[in-house]
Design a protein around this ligand. Structure first.
Ligand code: C5P
Length: 418
């Protein structure tokens, strides 16, 4: 409970500001007094009226408002708080805080305060990963300011990565942890895969016919990238071997870009040894036998294309060698008899688990944002409901964590050189 606590909530400008309304409600439900400062850009996303209705308090907005300053000056705003929470904390406000700028009410309160501050950053993944933001966050942590999140997931702009503001429940946990005397990190999500090394393949491959033309498929890489991001978020040291996709490299993941199946295979072998390998790439089964050194001319009859088989990366990783990972997971994209084909694939490729999904045109899985999968193991089939690709990734990672947790309990080494 937070019944004797006063929280000053600074709401800066970001789409995540709508979640701050829920945060206010949750804090009030726990008995906390909540006073809010809304920046001008924050007011583009939530109205002062809804903020004040939920907080049952006036909203403070203007440093130069005579009425605001006479009723509640910026110094008093901070002095009467037990904790200042900035949610969402934008890249801009964090930069101002790190530099000690004070050019509006929010930044002035944050500079004038002698109270603990907790940030809940929210921004686009590239802003979050930008060296300037990294520097500013390190500076703020060095100044004793705590932070919670951001989380990894789909962002408002359609990109995937770190940048989603922590959920209000998580921020409340961080606030309670603060008052209980624990650092904010105590409320951070557990990292069950710390110490585990993971390899993920993702996306399609391009098999060159000549310098400008290639054979490929419709894979977007969304599922594989989501799995790599979720593994990293769970603490695994993650290497993503990515075919050509339009997606940003996930945060906290070492991404190696590969064009063709053979490049992808070489990058995977280079990444070994790993504890878990997840092959989500839609590797082209065949490649042109020859790649023309110059652009093939359009004169005469269409040129015949001789195809040769590509290496099967999954089968190679799952083969019984010294380098074999403790857990090898494949995908089976099928357009009919999904379970039957997938189970046969599990046996033929000798992998430990297969995630089988229906990729017929009607399913909308290829290139889409959701997926309906069945997790097939040697002796079990677990059918999951339709989920977003991010949720499929989280569920898979939870299963992987359970698997390694169970291995640890039987005292088996997760990886011989770990
Ligand atoms: O045989 P099929 O392509 O249906 O098998 C799908 C599974 O095998 C996926 O996990 C995919 O990543 C993997 N695969 C591979 N290398 C190939 C073909 C498929 O790793 N050349």
């Amino acid at each position: 409970m937070l019944s004797d606590k006063n929280i000053l909530l600074v709401i800066a400008g970001g789409i995540a500001a709508y979640k701050s309304l829920d945060l206010i409600r949750r804090l009030r439900d726990r008995g906390a007094g909540v006073r809010c400062v809304l920046t001008d850009s924050g007011a583009q996303f939530v109205t002062p009226l809804s903020v004040s209705a939920l907080a049952s308090e006036e909203v403070y907005r203007d440093l130069f408002s005579l009425t605001d300053e006479s009723k509640m000056g910026h110094i008093r705003l901070s002095r009467e708080a037990d904790l200042i929470v900035v949610a969402p904390a934008t890249a801009n406000l964090m930069a101002k805080m790190a530099a000690g700028l004070a050019d509006d009410l929010a930044s002035t309160v944050l500079l004038a305060t002698n109270k603990p501050v907790l940030l809940a950053p929210a921004m686009n993944v590239h802003m979050w990963e930008h060296p300037a933001t990294r520097r500013n966050l390190a500076q703020l942590h060095g100044d004793g300011i705590a932070s919670v999140g951001p989380e990894i997931g789909e962002l408002a702009d359609g990109e995937y990565g770190a940048g989603r503001m922590a959920e209000p429940a998580t921020i409340v946990t961080a606030i309670e942890a603060h008052f209980a005397g624990f650092p904010a990190d105590a409320a951070a999500p557990p990292r069950p895969l710390r110490g585990v090394r993971a390899l993920v393949t993702s996306g399609p491959t391009h098999e060159a016919l000549d310098p400008v033309r290639y054979l490929s498929n419709r894979s977007s890489g969304k599922q594989g990238h989501a799995i790599a991001a979720a593994l990293a978020a769970a603490g695994a040291e993650t290497i993503l071997v990515a075919g050509p996709t339009a997606l940003a490299d996930p945060a906290d993941v070492t991404t190696v870009h590969a064009e063709s199946a053979r490049e992808m295979e070489a990058a995977c072998l280079e990444a070994l040894p790993v504890d878990v390998a997840v092959c989500a790439a839609a590797v082209a089964d065949w490649r042109p036998a020859d790649t023309a050194p110059g652009k093939i001319k359009k004169d005469g009859a269409p040129p015949p294309i001789d195809l040769v088989e590509n290496p099967d990366i999954l089968a190679g990783l799952a083969a019984d060698t010294e380098q074999r990972s403790a857990l090898v997971v494949g995908f089976a994209a099928e357009t009919g008899n999904v379970l039957e084909h997938a189970r046969r694939k599990l046996e033929r490729k000798r992998c430990d688990w297969i995630l089988a999904n229906d990729v017929s045109a009607a399913s909308g899985v290829i290139g889409g944002d959701s997926n309906t999968v069945h997790l097939i193991t040697a002796d079990d089939t677990d059918s999951w409901p339709a989920l977003s690709k991010a949720e499929v990734a989280s569920r898979l990672v939870a299963r992987i964590a359970d698997h390694f947790g169970a291995l640890e309990k039987t005292a088996a080494p997760v990886r011989s050189d770990a």
